[in-house]
Write a protein that binds this ligand. Structure first.
Ligand code: ADP
Ligand code: MG
Length: 294
């Protein structure tokens, strides 16, 4: 990724069905394409299957049916090492021993690039330096993870993922525990890596306005089905927000970025106040696979 000269990479799913128990599908027949250099953000309420999809894209779970393809090859036919050379994931709740320093954590990102005959070398050190600098973690590199703030720790995890030199980065709610300034730092960093290095990004975000601002494409999920997918302006509609998120509100336009914004006014979940009296109905009942509420 650091040399900017890499072959086209794409991630694709074909009729991907995922679940944790036999016969119980959490995600049904998902068809998703991620082109090289694209930022795709999954949005949807809690439990709609976002993390499950990211785990399957990272080969951390085996599909009940269908497949994930990395450059046209079924990801389950590739070795863990091959996958790790292309793709890095920052899970929702990453786990590491607290007695690691930031630098030691980030150096772990090089494992998939090393081998028994060539342990850590000059190039590995350079990439670790680059990942630390890109995330603004160079000054904190000797600190232990358990001494960092939430934002610093998150940037450390992103540095670890970058040290893998992935062409595809998967991030599960990378900004959830960060204050607004650290959120923007993380989003700006991802945007820069995408623009300068062609890094493809698939992420889960809760903040819909950030999702619309920083993504080329949004995928709105409703109980494991794609309700809508496309450019933010097409997906961020008041209908989608009412059906998928059960929130009535107003879609506007960001005066600075011209991307769609959403101002929530009230919940229209069953039992909450709803003015139109039919929060569970969708105007888009002609859409295949659409369910009435999430
Ligand atoms: P999201 O990330 O959109 O909140 P998840 O993908 O975490 O949703 O969860 C989708 C569904 O799968 C939920 O119903 C959740 O309870 C279930 N689920 C998630 N992880 C597990 C697990 N490890 N074992 C069993 N069920 C799970
Ligand atoms: Mg999740």
């Amino acid at each position: 990724m650091t040399n900017g000269n890499h072959p086209a990479v794409s991630l694709r799913t074909d009729n991907l069905t995922l679940g944790y128990r036999r016969g119980v599908a959490v995600v049904q027949r998902l068809v998703l394409d991620v082109a090289q250099g694209e930022i795709v953000t999954l949005v949807g309420p809690n439990g709609s299957g976002k993390s499950t999809i990211l785990r399957a894209l990272a080969r951390l779970m085996r599909p009940q049916d269908g497949a994930v393809y990395l450059d046209g090859k079924s990801i389950h036919r590739l070795s863990t090492r091959k996958v790790a050379q292309q793709l890095a994931i920052l899970p929702q709740r990453p786990d590491a021993p607290d007695d690691l320093t930031v630098r030691e954590l980030v150096a772990r990102g090089r494992f998939a690039r090393q081998s028994w005959w060539r342990a850590s070398g000059q190039e590995d050190r350079q990439v670790v330096e680059w990942a630390l600098a890109a995330t603004g973690m160079d000054a904190l590199q000797d600190r232990f993870l358990n001494t960092l703030s939430g934002g610093e720790r998150q940037r450390g995890w992103i540095a670890l993922a970058l040290a893998q030199e992935p062409r595809i980065l998967l991030l599960d709610e990378p900004t959830t525990f960060l204050d607004i300034s650290h959120q923007l730092e993380v989003m700006d960093l991802l945007q820069t890596l995408n623009a300068d290095n062609g890094l493809s990004i698939v992420m889960v975000l809760h903040d819909l306005n950030q999702a619309a601002r920083f993504s080329h494409r949004l995928v709105a999920l409703c109980k494991g089905d794609v309700y809508a997918a496309g450019p933010p302006a097409e997906v961020m509609t008041e209908d989608m927000l009412r059906v998928v998120f059960q929130v009535q509100g107003v879609v506007g336009r960001d005066p600075h970025t011209a991307t769609p914004t959403f101002t929530p006014l009230q919940s229209v979940r069953n039992g909450s106040s709803d003015r139109d009296g039919s929060p569970d109905r969708t105007d888009s009942s002609d859409r295949p696979g659409t369910v009435s509420s999430c």
